[in-house]
Design a protein around this ligand. Structure first.
Ligand code: DNO
Length: 345
């Protein structure tokens, strides 16, 4: 495995100097943030990230994310043109040495939480989700301001999108995903890039929007849409594990050869459609982190790994979920897990 760390660019309070000091760190996971979804990234902007990382001894082999524009997801009239732009990005990234691209296919919202600074008993705080609380908020009224999704939507754009998706079924979304994959995967194969779709977070429909990357049956269907190694997964334990119906140890083993990117984090389920984010180790939450990593290693997983969201600890403030300290603790734990499991084989 290759240990990586997400870096949000020059504005990130977590610097490349911080990241390079985490033991066994191989590289960064980043993206070009100066273009809107659907635009083609300039080669200079991609190269600039690679060079900044290289200057600190870090690789830049994983992009998270090349965002899929809404119009591709809902199948608007410009979808084909936008898919072609997407393909061009994959070609450029491959040329610049990127080997894995993470993306998602969630309509409108990316990850959703109801609380950004949930107070934990140990004095730290973390992200939390409580569906009852979430449903008291009205995204169309501008009630919702969450870290995961595109803040640049105006109220009217958001309402327009929510209207469009009202008439869309999960089947429609599958069709549009299939159209996207049939165009992008051959390009990715040629560019030497593995595509890695991120699960929906949380893995169920919200605000009437369809969500499909949620469960085993849908993953089986997804992998068959285009049965190529380049059509793979980002296995995000915290996202999939929010649903107790997903048996992550089983899924990790089953999909190991199609998992290109592993997001490791733990969550504590605190009720029906209710959870909070916790420290990475198994004992801290509901997920069997050891079992998941063991299943992956046993099935030959050899992809990129990153610690995912951390709590805010030791007084740190910053980008929700993406502080330095708890993610660095997570990274150390991950290295220990892999070393222990690999050496005992
Ligand atoms: C949250 C992330 C997601 C992820 C995208 C991938 O912390 O895991 O925002 O980057 O869904 O496109």
């Amino acid at each position: 495995m290759k240990l990586t760390f997400r870096w949000y660019g020059d504005d990130d309070p977590v610097t490349l100097d911080h990241i390079r000091q985490i033991p066994k760190m191989s590289g960064i996971v980043s993206a070009v943030y100066s273009f809107k979804p659907g635009e083609v990234w300039s080669e200079e902007s991609i190269e600039a990230i690679r060079q900044k990382a290289a200057a600190k001894g870090l690789e830049f082999e994983v992009v998270e994310s090349v965002p899929v524009p809404e119009e591709i997801k809902y199948g608007g009239e410009n979808a084909d043109r936008l898919i072609e732009n997407y393909c061009e990005n994959i070609r450029r990234l491959g040329k610049a040495g990127v080997k894995c691209v993470c993306y998602n296919f969630m309509p409108v919202f990316d990850w959703l939480r109801s609380e950004l600074e949930h107070q934990n008993a140990d004095g730290s705080n973390s992200l939390a989700y409580d569906e009852e609380t979430l449903f008291t908020m009205d995204p169309a009224a501008g009630d919702l301001s969450l870290p995961g999704w595109d803040e640049s939507y105006t109220k009217s754009e958001l309402n327009r999108l929510l209207e469009i998706y009202k008439t869309m079924t999960e089947e429609n979304l599958w069709e549009n995903l299939s159209r996207f994959l049939h165009a992008v995967i051959p390009v990715a194969e040629e560019a030497g890039v593995n595509m890695a779709i991120h699960p929906d977070d949380p893995p169920w429909g919200i605000f009437g929007l369809p969500r499909i990357m949620t469960c085993e049956a849908n993953y089986d269907r997804f992998l068959k849409l285009v049965d190529s190694p380049a059509n793979g997964l980002t296995f995000c334990t915290g996202s999939l594990g929010a649903s107790a119906d997903n048996d992550l140890v089983h899924l990790a083993g089953k999909y190991a050869d199609r998992i290109h990117f592993l997001h490791l984090r733990n969550i504590l389920r605190t009720g029906e459609r209710r959870f909070c984010e916790v420290g990475h180790p198994t004992e801290c939450g509901s997920l069997d982190m050891y079992g998941i990593v063991k299943a992956l290693v046993d099935h030959g997983f050899d992809g990129y790994v990153r610690p995912d969201h951390g709590r805010m600890i030791w007084g740190e403030t910053g980008r929700y979920g993406y502080g330095l300290f708890d993610r660095a603790l997570g990274a150390a734990y991950i290295v220990g897990l892999f070393e222990g499991i690999e050496k005992s084989k």
